[in-house]
Design a protein around this ligand. Structure first.
Ligand SMILES: [Zn+2]
Length: 144
C-alpha cells in the first residue's frame, strides 16, 4: 500500500484523537478506516466510561461507525495514540471479522512521520468467526 496514502490515513487518525472522551485515563486514541472503492475515511475515538469495563476503543468506534452507515469493505485502518499502542484483543477480534484483509497502521501521535504497518491476519491468526456458529445452527436444524 502506498506510503503517501498511509500517511494520509495516519493524519486522519491523529486528528480523530481530538474527539476522544478519556477523562479517566487521559489516553487519547484515534482511528481512521479506509474503505474499499471510496476515498471516504471513517474515523473514531475512544470513549471511556466511569465503570471502565464499558469503555470502547477507537478502533471499534470507527468500525461501528462505518458499519452502521452501511460500509462493509475496509482496506486499511490507522490507529494513533501517544506511544503508538497496538490494538487490544477485542479490537483484533472485531477487525478480523469485519476487515480480515485490511492493512493496520499504528502510529505514535507524537512522531507522526513514523508508523508500524502490519495486517489484521497477522495480528490475530486463526481467529474465531461466524463459521463456528453456522455449524451449530446446522446441527440444530438436523435435530428438529
Ligand atoms: Zn481495543
Amino acid at each position: 500500500m502506498q506510503s503517501k496514502f498511509l500517511i494520509k490515513l495516519c493524519r486522519a487518525a491523529i486528528k480523530a484523537q481530538a474527539n476522544s472522551f478519556s477523562p479517566y485515563s487521559g489516553f487519547c486514541v484515534g482511528a481512521a478506516l479506509a474503505l474499499v472503492g471510496s476515498k471516504r475515511i471513517v474515523t473514531g475515538a475512544n470513549v471511556e466510561s466511569a465503570s471502565y469495563g464499558l469503555t470502547c476503543c477507537a478502533e471499534r468506534v470507527a468500525l461501528f461507525n462505518a458499519i452502521t452507515n452501511g460500509d462493509r469493505n475496509f482496506q486499511a485502518i490507522a490507529i494513533a495514540s501517544p506511544g503508538g499502542a497496538m490494538p487490544c484483543g477485542a479490537c483484533r477480534q472485531l477487525l478480523a471479522e469485519h476487515a480480515p484483509d485490511a492493512v493496520v497502521v499504528v502510529v505514535d501521535s507524537r512522531k507522526p512521520h513514523r508508523y508500524f504497518e502490519t495486517r489484521v491476519a497477522d495480528l490475530l491468526p486463526l481467529h474465531f468467526d461466524g463459521s463456528a456458529l453456522s455449524k451449530v445452527k446446522s446441527s440444530l436444524r438436523h435435530k428438529t
